[in-house]
Design a binder for this molecule. Structure first.
Ligand code: RP5
Length: 184
């Protein structure tokens, strides 16, 4: 979480895939109250220069909108979907049931939650055989953004090179801290 939260935008209407420059990753969430958690996925994708769209789509409150979103996603040119929800978190699994795209699920811990996001985690991760959702840790939307970037990067050498740089940067931070510790 943290940082400037992008405002939820309405997803473009279903139609032909854009000629180029359209969003590659769709970030959806069950409520705008999930945005403080989910904005981390958008920040990561922006950092890696991956075009994204972000919207609120609720499995329970806007079921028809969920169906429209999932069914149109691949045709609109999206390559991956990140779906976050809290509580009875049916959004990622239902979207995965209606698209051939990879779906990454983010269990959200709503404020005032009695179950600390464990309910959402189990709702998202326990998918039946045949309908996968790649599930990240409770609240870890940054990892969802990184996983989406890796998926896109598998067919985008420039993006994959930036991921390698990111990994090398993490390594160097740890090695610098280890060296500082050993000098004491
Ligand atoms: C879920 O219920 C949402 O994904 C959110 O995490 C939680 C609470 O939603 P609000 O009541 O704040 O809209 O469906």
């Amino acid at each position: 979480g943290g940082g400037a939260a992008p405002a939820p935008a309405v997803a473009p209407a279903a139609g032909a895939a854009p000629a180029g420059g359209g969003p590659l990753v769709g970030i959806i969430m069950g409520s705008d109250s999930d945005l403080p958690t989910m904005s981390a996925a958008a920040e990561v994708l922006e950092q890696f220069g991956v075009a994204l769209e972000i919207s609120v789509v609720s499995a329970h409150r806007t079921p028809e909108r969920m169906v429209d979103y999932a069914r149109s996603a691949a045709g609109r040119g999206l390559k991956a979907i990140i779906a976050g929800a809290g509580g009875a978190a049916h959004l990622p699994g239902m979207v995965a049931a209606m698209t051939p795209l990879p779906v990454i699920g983010v269990p959200v811990k709503p404020s005032g939650s009695h179950l600390d996001g464990l309910d959402a985690l189990l709702s998202i991760v326990q998918m039946p055989r045949g309908v996968p959702v790649a599930t990240v840790a409770i609240g870890n939307a940054a990892n969802a953004g990184l996983l989406a970037a890796r998926i896109i990067g598998a067919s985008d050498p420039g993006l994959q090179a930036r991921m390698v740089e990111y990994q090398e940067g993490m390594r160097d931070v740890v090695l610098d801290k280890a060296a500082a510790l050993e000098e004491k």
